[in-house]
Design a protein. Sequence first.
Lengths: 110, 115
Amino acid sequence: GDSVTQMEGPVTLSEEAFLTINCTYTATGYPSLFWYVQYPGEGLQLLLKATKADDKGSNKGFEATYRKETTSFHLEKGSVQVSDSAVYFCALSSLGKSTFGDGTTLTVKP
Amino acid sequence: EAGVAQSPRYKIIEKRQSVAFWCNPISGHATLYWYQQILGQGPKLLIQFQNNGVVDDSQLPKDRFSAERLKGVDSTLKIQPAKLEDSAVYLCASSSVREGLYGYTFGSGTRLTVV
């Protein structure tokens, strides 16, 4: 079946540091790829998406590029803020079904 | 646009009791999902509805869990009887027909603690 593997956390960074959270996937069909963010006590919010190979999704300074050859969708941000502290989930959608990774907790310190 | 509404936000029950959660999706979203999110894990699909029909309930523990979406709008998820391992956040999500392109909109979830 489909699966999503994220780098294990937690990840702790200082403000203005560069962020990378790795995500790789296996899927039948041609999936769409997503990053969701979950703040404490809240549901998941869609952060960005990409629907075909080489597409780059971006939002709020975060970016991720759909790499079909490496089956990856790594999340990056050039300069993190304290307000970016949250849990980040990589997900795919294929043939009407979605699969989520187990999340990576990011803590940004001032 | 109003988001996905869920209630209650928190619930504490004893094992073997029953509990019900309610979800009202975004207006016009045909597809509704219930997910279980255990602490430290990603959401796991319990059941998916398309309008008022079940599309996928293969991961729903049907001996104790049930769900309905009678009029194709709001939905109720029930657990009876609850077990300790049911302690989790229950998330409701909805999507338009083209969920593969636009992703899901999630509610804030119901945190269930079974003691």
